[in-house]
Design a binder for this molecule. Structure first.
Ligand SMILES: C[S@@+](CC[C@H](N)C(=O)[O-])C[C@H]1O[C@@H](n2cnc3c(N)ncnc32)[C@H](O)[C@@H]1O
Length: 304
C-alpha cells in the first residue's frame, strides 16, 4: 500500500495515471502528450508499473501502458481517485493532447485506406487470413434484421449481408474505400444498401437504430477500441447483437506498415473486458486457427 501511495504522490505521475485511465499509449505517444523527455516519462512509468498502478502490453516491439486491474488496493481507491483526477489543473490541456494523439492514429489509418483503395483487394488477399471464417460470422447474422456494417472496406462482406436483409447500412471513414464499395455493389446489381461516410467512434446513426452490428477486421484499425465498442452499443436496439471478427494476437510487426494496423490482434480476455465495460452481455468468443501460417481469428457475438 505504501509503495502504491508513494508512486501516486507526484504531480507528473498523477497526470500520467489520469491519461492512462482513458486509454493505452506508448512511451513515444506519452512524450508528445506531456511534452516531456523520454527518460523522464520512462522513469515515472517504471515507478507506477512496479507499484501495480500500471501494466504493460507488449505488441511486437511496441509497449502500450495502461492502468492495470490486478492490484486490489488500487481497485478499491480507483473510483475516488478517478473523480479527483478530473480536477487536476492541467486536465483540460492533457485531454486535448490525448485527443490529438488519437486523431493522429485515426488519420494514419484513413490516409492509408484512401491511398490503397484500388489495390486493397489484392493486398487483403495476400496479407489477411483466408476468409473461410466469414461463413461462421454470416451464419450468426439474424435474417431480415436492420444491419449495420462498420469499416466496410471494398464492400465484399456487405454484398453478402445484403442477401441476409433488405435493411443494410455500411459505414466507412475512407471516401476512396466507399467509392470502391459503391462500384462493387453496382456491378453486383445489389440495391437497397445504404453507404454512409463516418467514423466508427461517432457513427452517423441515431441511438437504438439497428438490430445487428457487424465489424469484420476493422477493430484492429481503431485508435481506441474500447470507445468504438461503446459507440456500437449506443446504436444497437436493446437485445441487438454485435458480431465481431478480428485477428487474434500475433507478432507480425510488418502489418503496421503494410496494412496500417494499429493493433497486432487482440487477446480474447481484453475483448471481453472492453465489451463488459461497454455494457455488453452474453459474450461468446470462438477462436478459429489460421491455416498455412495465417493468423488465427476471434469471432465474438455479444448482446446489448
Ligand atoms: C480491413 S478493411 C475491412 C474489410 C471489410 N469489413 C470486409 O469484411 O471486407 C478496414 C476498413 O475499415 C475502415 N476504417 C478504419 N478505421 C475506421 C474508422 N475509424 N471509422 C470508420 N472506418 C474505418 C477502413 O477505411 C477500411 O475500409
Amino acid at each position: 500500500m505504501l509503495k502504491l501511495l508513494k508512486s501516486l504522490a507526484d504531480p507528473s505521475r498523477l497526470r500520467l495515471t489520469a491519461v492512462l485511465l482513458r486509454g493505452e499509449f506508448t512511451v513515444q505517444e506519452l512524450t508528445r502528450i506531456f511534452n516531456m523527455g523520454q527518460s523522464r516519462i520512462s522513469r515515472h512509468l517504471k515507478i507506477l508499473t512496479e507499484a501495480g498502478v500500471l501494466t504493460v502490453k507488449c505488441q511486437g516491439t511496441w509497449s502500450y501502458y495502461r492502468v492495470g486491474a490486478g492490484n486490489d488496493f488500487f481497485n478499491a481507491i480507483r473510483p475516488a481517485l478517478e473523480h479527483e483526477l478530473e480536477s487536476l489543473s492541467e486536465r483540460a490541456e492533457d485531454l486535448a493532447a490525448l485527443a490529438m494523439v488519437l486523431e493522429e492514429r485515426r488519420r494514419r489509418s484513413q490516409e492509408f485506406f484512401d491511398r490503397h483503395a484500388r489495390q486493397w483487394d489484392d493486398l487483403a488477399r495476400t496479407l489477411l487470413p483466408v476468409p473461410e471464417y466469414r461463413m461462421q460470422l454470416l451464419k450468426q447474422v439474424p435474417i431480415n434484421s436492420a444491419i449495420l456494417e462498420i469499416g466496410i472496406g471494398t464492400g465484399g462482406l456487405l454484398t453478402e449481408l445484403a442477401a441476409w436483409s433488405s435493411k443494410v447500412i455500411g459505414v466507412d471513414h475512407s471516401p476512396a474505400m466507399l467509392e470502391e464499395a459503391r462500384r462493387r455493389l453496382e456491378n453486383g446489381g445489389v440495391r437497397d444498401v445504404e453507404l454512409r461516410l463516418g467514423e466508427m467512434t461517432h457513427l452517423p446513426l441515431s441511438d437504438s437504430s439497428v438490430e445487428c452490428v457487424v465489424a469484420n477486421m476493422v477493430l484492429h484499425h481503431a485508435a481506441d477500441p474500447a470507445t468504438v465498442l461503446a459507440e456500437i452499443r449506443r446504436v444497437l436496439v436493446s437485445g441487438g447483437f454485435l458480431l465481431l471478427a478480428d485477428l487474434a494476437r500475433h507478432e507480425r510487426e510488418a502489418a503496421r506498415e503494410q496494412l496500417a494496423d494499429q493493433w497486432l490482434g487482440f487477446e480474447q480476455t481484453e475483448l471481453e473486458s472492453w465489451l463488459a465495460a461497454a455494457g455488453f452481455a452474453d459474450v461468446l468468443c470462438e477462436r478459429i486457427e489460421g491455416k498455412a501460417g495465417q493468423a488465427a481469428v476471434l469471432i465474438v457475438k455479444s448482446r446489448k
